[in-house]
Design a protein around this ligand. Structure first.
Ligand SMILES: [Zn+2]
Length: 66
């Protein structure tokens, strides 16, 4: 099964029996992302979560001071 990454347009050939190929076939709305884009987004998301957690921490610390 031929797939194309939605982010970088890199084409790959998935094994028809693979879990991902079945998922994409059963749910056409499910979009394919290549491994490097997947990793990049994962890193970004984790970085955002980390900074969000830090802000949350400093806000609650300010509240404690009042
Ligand atoms: Zn990609």
């Amino acid at each position: 099964m031929k797939v194309q990454c939605i982010l970088c347009d890199q084409r790959s050939d998935l094994e028809d029996d693979s879990t991902l190929a079945k998922k994409l076939r059963n749910r056409p709305i499910h979009t394919y992302m290549c491994q490097s884009c997947h990793d990049r987004i994962k890193v970004k998301t984790e970085a955002r979560l980390a900074s969000g957690a830090f802000q949350l921490y400093s806000y609650s610390k300010q509240d404690d001071d009042f």
